[in-house]
Every structure is written in structure tokens, then in C-alpha cells.
Ligand binder design. Structure first.
Ligand SMILES: O=C(O)CCC(=O)C(=O)O
Ligand SMILES: [Fe+2]
Length: 198
């Protein structure tokens, strides 16, 4: 699901002016999955006062209340700026809930409520996140090609919401420009956070 324009230019400009020095100082990924020309910069709550507005957005939290309402509590799992560099290949299609050592959670039992905010317009050309539509209902451990996916095209400030079982991946960036997304994910509190943020 995409919600259009949930963040405005002022919020995004503030976030990036606080975070740009850290993004520039971040090394690119060390393997194909994290992306050898992609930067992933974490620690946003410690580095950017504005990041709180994204983490605590009331529309996002209402969605997470619904998706993760079967447990007593949920928490922030990860917050990362994902800056896909010019001419980066596509990321392998995956489920974010594979972060828990590929534990096979039962189909329909949600453990994550996830977001990617568009820091730039997301287009098919610049590496918009690719989604296998409806794949949260499928079995675990499947492999997909890019041809099975559609691009989550959206304008800057819009946000893609998906649960941990949706098969997806960062798209190929065919342009000369960077594609910045803000990946903020939440998980059930009985699991570990991927990024320790408290
Ligand atoms: O950058 C993107 O569009 C998606 C990245 C992603 O899915 C991930 O790193 O888990
Ligand atoms: Fe992912």
C-alpha cells in the first residue's frame, strides 16, 4: 500500500540536511544483497531530531497497530537511509522477515510492519522498490525474478507500507542520480531489533 505525500518537503529537507554528512561518510555495501554501490546509513534517531517525526508518524503507527495488533507490544526494528547509487543493479527479491535467521513464520502471522519513505521520486528508472503483489499470502522460501515484480512508483514524501512477508527488493537504478529511501521497520517485541536503537 502506498500513501501519497505523507511527509512534506520541509520535513525531508530537514532530515537530509541532518543526515547528509553521515550518508556521505557511509561505505557502500560489502555484498550483492546490501549493494556494492548502495549506502545504508543507520542510527537516525541519534543523528537527526527530525527522524522522530517519521518514526512516530500517526498514520504509520495506526497501520502497525492493526498489522501487529495480535501481540502486546511492538518496537522499532530498523531505521536506515538506503541510497541506491547511479547504475546500481537490482537487489535480490526477499522477505524482510528473513532477517530472523530465515525462521519460517506461519503464513498470515505478521511479525513486521514496514515502511519505505521516498526521499526522491521513486520511478522504475531510478530503482523504485519492486514488489511481488499479494506475495504475503504465499509460502516461505520462494525465489522470484524481476519479471514477477512491479515497481512501487511514488512521489517524494510518499510512503510504501508492506508487511514482513511481502517479497520485494530494491530496483535497478538506471539513472545517473541517487535514489534515496528511508526504510523504517517495526516488529513484534518478542523478537530482536535488527538495529539496536534504544
Ligand atoms: O531500497 C529499497 O527499495 C528496498 C531495500 C530493501 O528491501 C532491503 O534492503 O531490505
Ligand atoms: Fe527489504
Amino acid at each position: 500500500m502506498i500513501v501519497d505525500h505523507l511527509a512534506d518537503d520541509q520535513q525531508l529537507n530537514a532530515l537530509f540536511s541532518e543526515m547528509d554528512p553521515f550518508v556521505e561518510a557511509t561505505r557502500t555495501g560489502g555484498d550483492d544483497f546490501t549493494g556494492r554501490t548502495t549506502r545504508r546509513t543507520g542510527g537516525l534517531l541519534a543523528r537527526s531530531a527530525t527522524a522522530q517525526q517519521f518514526v512516530m508518524n500517526s498514520s504509520v503507527l495506526s497501520t502497525c497497530d492493526a498489522v501487529l495488533g495480535h501481540v502486546a507490544n511492538y518496537q522499532l526494528h530498523l531505521i536506515q537511509i538506503i541510497d541506491i547509487g547511479p547504475h546500481s543493479p537490482a537487489q535480490a527479491i526477499h522477505r524482510d522477515q528473513w532477517a530472523f535467521d530465515f525462521f519460517p513464520f506461519p503464513t498470515g502471522y505478521d511479525v513486521q510492519c514496514n515502511t519505505i519513505w521516498a526521499g526522491d521520486d521513486f520511478t522504475e528508472e531510478n530503482g523504485a522498490t519492486r514488489i511481488v503483489v499479494g506475495s504475503n499470502h504465499l509460502e516461505d522460501g520462494l525465489r522470484f525474478d524481476i519479471g514477477d515484480t512491479v515497481p512501487a512508483e511514488m512521489e517524494r514524501g510518499s510512503v510504501l507500507l508492506y508487511n514482513g512477508a511481502v517479497y520485494h527488493g530494491g530496483g535497478e537504478n538506471k539513472t545517473d542520480r541517487h535514489r534515496r529511501g528511508i526504510n523504517i521497520t517495526y516488529n513484534v517485541a518478542f523478537l530482536r531489533q535488527e538495529e539496536t536503537s534504544t
